[in-house]
Design a protein around this ligand. Structure first.
Ligand SMILES: Nc1ncnc2c1ncn2[C@@H]1O[C@H](COP(=O)(O)OP(=O)(O)OP(=O)(O)O)[C@@H](O)[C@H]1O
Length: 363
């Protein structure tokens, strides 16, 4: 039963600094997901936890033990890669048994663990096949099964679903969620680009950008209370609308004037010294609704694009910042035409405000 502690972890390749001092506590049994834009350093951090990359600075502890110089095979971790990395000439059974054979486990113990892992991943009927006779999803399940057989204390996943098509991604994602419930005491760390994977699998998400942690929190905490503009725009799809604005009244509530629009009062407290400062006003596409005639509204504009997806309708509204339409996401199907003029409103509690450095004013 194992937790991890990362203290001021740094990574440089020559003169290029990739990670700038990562501090993170991961509790035993926790499912933690690293997300962030391409190149932010999430795979590097995962590979450092695995021991596949050396640590330039800082200390890393697994289960209370300093592991900076401990080789991968002695860390009690198992890693599942995007590329499956199966041995092509070995059957599914032998692929799953290989690590245990090397470790000198008994035949009976190997058989017991392989069959238990195959059962939990519904691979029982494929044990005699070679990897080439399996679908991508099945191969990835074999790679996961092989990792389970090693009885890891920490399970690492590096974008395990990114080679799969959409339907298989969903099925395998659900498989991983089930697995993490079955292996409740096993710590899992998972790197992905995919927001749905992050939101559905994680106990906590770590948002990284350019080698730094932007925010760590439960999925809905990040969605509802982003600490800064980066997280606000990164979590949620389509991204949060952000409108440049100026603070005209500060106090227990804050009034801002939106660029190209009207004044809006938010239930967010700001210090008197904030009055007159520029700020970024944010509202998520799904938090906007059509304002009825005579209702108070947040902004008005003209529909430039309608995307009817069946389940939702996306509207692109021009009228505030030229060339930067506001996106509105309405549930279901609407008969709305391009060129139509419309008014939109939102609950005050759903409005966000960030200072000139991008930090949230909502505490
Ligand atoms: N061996 C290396 N030598 C030099 N730079 C490297 C090396 N490996 C990674 N980098 C750089 O480190 C940064 C972080 O890479 P990393 O693969 O961790 O990013 P990532 O967030 O996982 O990206 P992606 O989502 O695209 O996989 C990138 O800018 C990358 O170019």
């Amino acid at each position: 039963m194992t937790g991890l502690t990362l203290k001021d972890i740094r990574k440089s390749y020559g003169s290029v600094d990739v990670l700038h001092g990562i501090d993170l506590e991961i509790k035993e049994g926790e499912f933690v997901v690293f997300v962030g834009p391409s190149g932010c350093g999430k795979s590097t951090l995962l590979r450092m936890i695995a021991g596949l990359e050396n640590i330039t600075g800082g200390d890393m502890y697994i289960d209370g033990q300093l592991v900076n110089d401990v080789p991968p095979s002695k860390r009690g971790i198992a890693m599942v890669f995007q590329s499956y990395a199966l041995y092509p000439h070995m059957t599914v059974y032998d692929n799953m048994a290989f690590g245990m054979k090397i470790a000198g486990e008994s035949k009976q113990e190997i058989d017991r663990r392989v069959r238990a892992a195959a059962d939990s991943l519904q691979l029982g009927k494929y044990l005699d096949r070679l990897p080439k006779a399996l679908s991508g999803g099945q191969r990835q399940r074999v790679a996961i099964g092989r990792a389970i057989c090693r009885n890891p204390k920490v399970f690492l996943f590096d974008e395990p679903l990114s080679n799969l098509d959409a339907a298989l991604r969903v099925a395998t994602r659900i498989e991983i969620a089930r697995l993490s419930e079955q292996m409740a005491g096993t710590t899992m760390i998972y790197v992905t680009h995919d927001q749905v994977e992050a939101m559905t699998l994680a106990d906590r998400i770590v948002v990284l950008s350019a080698g730094n942690i932007e925010q760590v929190g439960a999925p809905l905490e990040l969605y509802e209370r982003p600490a800064n503009l980066f997280v606000a725009k990164f979590i949620g799809s389509p991204a949060m609308n952000v409108i440049p604005s100026t603070i005209t009244e500060a106090g227990n509530t804050t009034t801002v004037t939106l660029t190209g629009g009207k004044s809006v009062t938010l239930d967010i407290a700001t210090a008197a010294s904030e009055k007159g400062k520029t700020a970024s006003f944010g509202v998520r596409p799904e938090d906007l609704r059509v304002a009825g005639a005579g209702d108070d509204y947040l902004f008005e504009g003209e529909v430039s694009i309608v995307e009817a997806l069946g389940e939702v309708t996306l509207l692109y509204i021009e009228g505030l910042v030229p060339g930067e339409p506001i996106i509105v996401k309405l549930p279901g199907i609407y008969d709305i035409k391009k060129g139509q003029k419309m008014h939109f409103s939102a609950d005050r509690s759903k409005l966000h405000l960030f200072d000139a450095e991008g930090r949230t004013y909502r505490k």
